[in-house]
Design a protein around this ligand. Sequence first.
Ligand code: SF4
Length: 358
Amino acid sequence: MDRVALHGLLAPDLVEAFAAAGVACSLPEARRLLAWGISQGRCDWDAMARPVRRPLRQAATALLDPALPEEVERVPDPVDGSLRFVFRFADGAVAEAVSIPLHKAGARSVCLSSQAGCAMGCAFCATGRLGLQRSLTAAEMVGCLVAVRSAAEAQGQRVTGVVFMGQGEPFHNYDAVIQAANVLSDPCGGRISNKAISISTVGLVAQIRRFTEEGHKFRLVISLTSAVEQRRRALLPVAGRIPLQDLAEAIAAYHHKSGRRVTVAWVLMGGVNTGEDEVEGLLRLLQDVPVRLNLIDVNDNRPGGFRRATDAERGHFRDRLRALESPVVRRYSVGSSQESACGMLATRHAQARGPMDG
Ligand code: SF4
């Protein structure tokens, strides 16, 4: 019998997988198996707190693959308290996940990768230089979360949030990311509130529209970074091909259908995207949509020779955005004191390994 990756499944998927193997399993039984396997992170089916029938436990042992990705590196940052992991999957592909402390004591959020490498080629990003190795499966993304969660629990901490903002463009791997987010928010899966799960995109409009139509409750984050067409094309070469006006209309449509505020992320680069033309572009694009703007300092260690904005540049940019009447928040790039900010560690591992087969 071909084994099925446990961590990518919702209860109806599990019922279907058993049926395909000729084994009867009811929905309540599937929920109990998943609650044990994913929520509790256990695969000793005979020890289940609320056991299912013995033949079903035997079938679960034969059918379900509970393997987690192999942890190959773990780097703590003593300055910001983050913990960066590099995971290797069965075929040798690597990707990062980061456990980030939240304001609430003992609570952590986990930043997950959606792909090994990335096809978007953003000029300021280490992962973008690597190119796309391959997309991760839902089971691999959830497996990373389960591994990071168990490290947090060993320290008496809890994982209460997830952001799909690590390596890769989540909407370039749309189906698997939505399945992973559904498993993570499921009461028999990750048990994380869907409002505490954020999915970030560089602005793939077709997928933003699909996300809107499908009515998902997860938070949407748009990584805008420039509101000047030509500059955006230089900084985000793939996403920048999509006209900014189309992106603004997709954001507005999302807001009108969901009633939710969109978070707009802006990687702040000194002397590049802090000027008056960017302010004017932003005000024009987002004037009718309530957003929350997150300003993230580019990491000085990043490729491309970009530098952090000075306090004066950041302050001026922020002051001018008051006209948006939306919250503007400064966010910090975690791991930078250990030169392990987003994508750098996994890129080192991937480069050491060489190109993927196939
Ligand atoms: S910033 Fe994100 S979307 Fe852009 S290349 Fe890096 S991982 Fe990909």
